[in-house]
Design a protein around this ligand. Sequence first.
Ligand code: ZN
Length: 279
Amino acid sequence: MRDLSNDTELLSLNAATVRKRWNLSQIIEGCVRHNITGIAPWRDQVAECGLAPIAKQIRDAGLQVSGYCRGGMFPAADAATRRDNIEDNIRAIDEATQIGAECLVLVVGGLPDGSKDLNDAHTQVEDGISAILEYARKNQMPLAIEPLHPMYAADRACVNTLKHALDICDRMGTGIGAAIDVYHVWWDPDLETQIVRAGQNDQILAFHVCDWLVPTNDMLTDRGMMGDGIIDIPKIRNWVERAGFRGQCEVEIFSAENWWKKDPDEVLKTCITRHQTVV
Ligand code: ZN
């Protein structure tokens, strides 16, 4: 297991973590100021500041881009919307390529409006991925399916376990893998086995960290800082690294009532300290 005790090289900041008080350009400056060497921007943040200037700022800052957030959201109630979603994913691949991302993260989408047909949603997800995979391969942009916690199955992602994500990857072939976020997968009794399996096929494309608070007061925006919750993060990191993952640990915290309200410089300092001590 890699030693993080003095590390900032293996730390990447998911830009959602400080998105309420800084725009993306300020977040990049913040990373440089604090010697954080990786970033994972969101499409809306990039659009706000402009793709070309942001790509240049990231390059000039020498930041790695541990992932681009995000593509996916494939299922829809009608064919026209499904086609729009695919075109939007093609644009996301272009942006991820221009920004130099190591992967495009896919949050695959949930049930279409009015649907109770989970199998159909699964099929639509695979159809959507199939429709963009060749383009992603041509651009050498790996697609990273991020299984989300099952509480999001209806509205965000109907792929909820690493096993399901890897089953899809195996059916798709090359150019696709998984983003493993401890927040979404910590509860899974099959996690270690599936991480070993992913490692055998070089399918671990990203590793995201934060913590699960007890109680959790909001399904979306009450994630904890590493060390403040109940996830054994070092255990999972050890599994992931034993499986061959050599990328950065990406800190991704949505926290409306706590971290989003704090001074972002303080948040970054805390991310670094926790990365070095409890990740
Ligand atoms: Zn994540």
